[in-house]
Ligand binder design. Sequence first.
Ligand SMILES: [Fe+2]
Length: 597
Amino acid sequence: MGKLSVPRAGPGPGAPETHVTVIRMLCTRPCKVVPAHSNSPRSHMPGEERMTTPELRRNQHHPELRAAARHIGRRRFLTVTGAAAALAFAVGVPGTGTAAAAELDTARITDDPFTLGVASGDPHPDSVLLWTRLAPDPYQADGGLPAGRVTVDWEIALDERFRRVVRRGKATAHPEFHHTVHVEAGPLAPGQVYHYRFRAGRFVSPAGRTRTAPATRSRAAGLTFGVVSCQRYDQGYWTAYRHLAEEDLDVVLHLGDYLYEYAVNDVAGARAQPPGTVPEVFRRETVTLEDYRLRYALYKTDPDLRAAHAAHPFVVTWDDHETENNYSGDTPENSVPPEEFLLRRAAAYRAYWENMPLRRPQLPDGPDLKLYRRLHWGRLAQFDVLDTRQYRSDQAYGDGWQYPGPDSEDPTRTLTGDAQERWLVGGWRRSDAVWNVVPQQVTFSQRFNSTTAPSKVSMDSWDGYPASRERVLAGAQAAGVENLMVLTGDVHVHYGFDIKRDFSDPDSRTVGTEIVTTSVSSGGDGSAKPANWETYMAANPHLRFYSGLRGYTTVSLGRELARADFKTVSRVTTQGAPLTTAASFVTEAGEPGLKPA
Ligand SMILES: [Fe+2]
């Protein structure tokens, strides 16, 4: 696609001066070192290109970033405001009118800017978030647009032909936000399906379908949602998304690893496309803001992903790869100075917000982004969406699969951080929902990889933070949560677990269910019965189902019954695999635990 036939505007506004306020001291713990070929499901594939350390590309950071890194490194402190200024983030929030870029005449946009499709997300009873990005040339750093702001029209209608438009308005695509558009469309009626689209100049976007949540106090009768995670572009086609787009769903929950930071080769890895299909710019690990922004563009050019976004609203949370494999809080995977890592984290979080259908409260502030949040589906379901990456203690024993011990069992360790834990338990105390659903990242239930004691456990999952898990389970019990459903991604397999009040006692009460959804493509084709299948089923009596194929899960909630369907595709290294329902389970309200449907 060609570029715009307009002269380039000057550089965007510089970062304003800010007062340096010390918010917190950087972590001084040693960085963990995970072998690149560990048995973690997210380790690198043999032969894969891997940069030894992102520090190698320090000099490719934007000049303000480099200056900030020097400054921060000297003082050994990071300030949130300082980081924000360094990243030129303090140029104004969309819609506040404080951004300074000149207006771009949309008549001069000569190529379709809607190459990355549309999306919607976080449905409330009276509004929904609508998203798009203007990028006539998405594999260019600037998307093929000069640094001017663009006025975009949006409309939302009751019908797909847009004859009954109920709301319309104008939004601004700011160059400071990479010409992304976030519209909180409303007021809208509760419990209603809508269709939406955007217009920039003479170009109209594809139409998307979305919906609002039921009225807050309503006795909503039912809800069906899809659950997805882990879409590594170069490990397979997103056939699962093609099938997901055709499902009749109210909402899709994305549990993280929306993108992977690793280099993508010119044939897109397992997709085995013609040499040179993937441009040079993707053949390196994402470190800078430009890297992350470009990677989202690569991912969103996938037609199956665009179809899924256009078909359903998404509620998203992240895991590690949107930033870096197995990071924890301020601690990177590799031996990079924390101040350097926090700049990378700020870039990753910034690009995440820009490219996801997220609302204003999730707008990042330097290296911080408050992603945990609560959504309601009438009085049928409460969703407490967690972030188990940003505030966690560092993994014990150097991460990976290890024997538990005093370090991992230290009661001061946390996976959620104190504030999020208080928020979760406090929210349960006030909940009057039938189902309390917790979309989050890493496996919650105990998982042994050996039938002989002691067994190793994954230090990256809740097994590596048992005190944190105990506080959450005790909090659920104290709050009287009857129907707890934890939703999990990360591990690239389907698991169905009964959550035990005390995992060390097989006779302990079942207090909830955990649905772990497999990957969309990460790990390649996989197999229905991985090599460790027999061992895992024997070592974990509360594990009721396990499949290692790719796919997604659908969950239907009624007032009396919940049903989970684990869906798989036979392969992802070629396109067009059919969809199979590998297993179905139900759980009755008031009687936790999975039963074959
Ligand atoms: Fe993953």
